[in-house]
Write a protein that binds this ligand. Structure first.
Ligand SMILES: C[S@@+](CC[C@H](N)C(=O)[O-])C[C@H]1O[C@@H](n2cnc3c(N)ncnc32)[C@H](O)[C@@H]1O
Length: 400
């Protein structure tokens, strides 16, 4: 094992931004778990450096000197720790480490006693403690984990008795620290609520409001701090609120704005330059099933059973394509229709049109929970009269 001397590092624009953002938060010690694989583990120890790529960059940039860190090998399920952060999290402390693949880094040290701890069962232990390795946790929970690791080393042959080792209150302590959604790893996204965190995102009384978790996931995957995000049909402003909290710039338009920070505009003509935007998200009307407003330009007045509906939304697609920078992503949320005994595959029909302009990144299935037909009466009717309630929406992830 050897140590690198840290040299003074110029903060990047995004780091400065984040630093300003976290200045108000109390500087108390926080626990973080960073991940490695069999391939990357040795370099973590050789360099005494933990690292991550863009998706978890913000977590890394929040790390402060003296925070308590752990290293989880996701392949072997071994958890190492505790380590102490010797620097704050920064970009490119050692640019050549891991061939430049994981540029967000933190220097760590150990008191020398750190060893393999929760061998092979760390996944289970973390779960029972209510720790999601992707999220930060507070000092109390970090200490509980350290205590457990010490116990494990001294009682290798004893069966685990978590009830004795851990105070019950330790469970779910993490929830009190972090109120951010998880970054999804599959194509099935299922959210019990519309929003998360201490401040509302959008208005969950607005009919057709988008689950804020979708925006959080898209922003984390496809944008960087300070990037520009556009929502051409912003409704109650969910995209604006999530972007603001995550330090992204955002412009929201709607044919009838319901908030002063949303600009009145028809999505078929977006007043922005070609190739000027880093991400577009749109949750348009799915047909004429919701009465958003009486504006003549409201596409939600046109039935999804008519070609006109798709023709008008195709104009919106063309605008989204025009304003997006090359290689950047559009998220298009849409659901099918079953009305008066007639099924319309709105999702497939929209997807066909999107494919004329974009290439597909992936298709996500978003569970529908928060809808007016999600009642006992409607579920009963669906079975009695042999039809199905809409259970999901499509989120088409498309790249220019
Ligand atoms: C499903 S809602 C959007 C919900 C929004 N994402 C939220 O979280 O509140 C669809 C929105 O599209 C708007 N809309 C309909 N036609 C439009 C058009 N031609 N241009 C811009 N907005 C339009 C409606 O006014 C409505 O607010």
């Amino acid at each position: 094992m050897f140590f690198y001397k840290s040299s003074p590092i110029e903060l990047t624009r995004e780091e400065k931004n984040l630093a300003e953002h976290i200045i108000d938060t109390p500087a108390e010690v926080t626990g973080y778990i960073f991940a490695c694989t069999n391939k990357t583990e040795k370099e973590c120890f050789d360099r005494m450096l933990f690292s991550t790529n863009k998706v978890y960059s913000e977590k890394m940039l929040q790390v402060k000197k003296n925070d308590i860190l752990f290293l989880l090998n996701l392949q072997s399920n071994v958890l190492y720790g505790p380590f102490t952060a010797e620097s704050s999290g920064k970009k490119d402390i050692i640019p050549e480490a891991w061939g430049g693949k994981y540029p967000y880094q933190v220097k760590v040290s150990t008191d020398g006693k750190t060893a393999e701890s929760i061998s092979r069962t760390s996944g289970k232990i973390l779960k029972r403690l209510g720790i999601d390795w992707r999220e930060p946790f507070n000092k109390e929970l970090a200490n509980v984990l350290v205590e457990f690791m010490k116990y494990e080393q001294n009682h290798i042959d004893d069966p685990l008795n978590l009830q004795i080792i851990f105070p019950k209150k330790a469970k779910n302590l993490q929830k009190a620290v972090s109120d951010k959604p998880v970054i999804e790893s599959t194509t099935l996204w299922d959210y019990p609520r519309q929003s998360y965190g201490k401040t509302p995102k959008g208005n969950n009384h607005y009919r057709g409001v988008t689950p804020a978790f979708i925006l959080y996931n898209m922003i984390k995957r496809y944008t960087n701090i300070n990037d520009l995000v556009i929502d051409p049909m912003a409704g109650s402003g969910t995209t604006l609120d999530v972007c603001r909290e995550e330090n992204r710039k955002c412009i929201g338009y709607d044919i009838v704005p319901v908030r002063s920070d949303i600009i009145q505009n028809d999505a078929r003509h977006i007043p922005l330059d070609d190739s000027s935007v880093d991400m577009v998200f749109i949750d348009p009307p799915y047909s004429n099933n919701i009465d958003y407003n009486s504006h003549p330009g409201n596409i939600g007045k046109i039935s999804a059973e008519s070609d006109e509906f798709y023709n008008e939304l195709e104009k919106v697609m063309q605008e989204c394509h025009r304003i997006l920078k090359q290689g950047k992503v559009l998220g298009w949320l849409i659901g099918d229709q079953w009305i008066k005994k007639k099924f319309t595959p709105v999702g497939f029909l929209i997807y066909q049109r999107l494919c004329k302009y974009f290439e597909t990144v992936d298709i996500i299935c978003v569970t529908r929970r928060n809808q007016t037909s999600n009642t006992g009466m409607w579920h009963n009717r669906a079975v009695r009269f042999n039809f199905y309630l809409r259970g999901f929406k499509y989120l088409f992830l498309m790249r220019k």
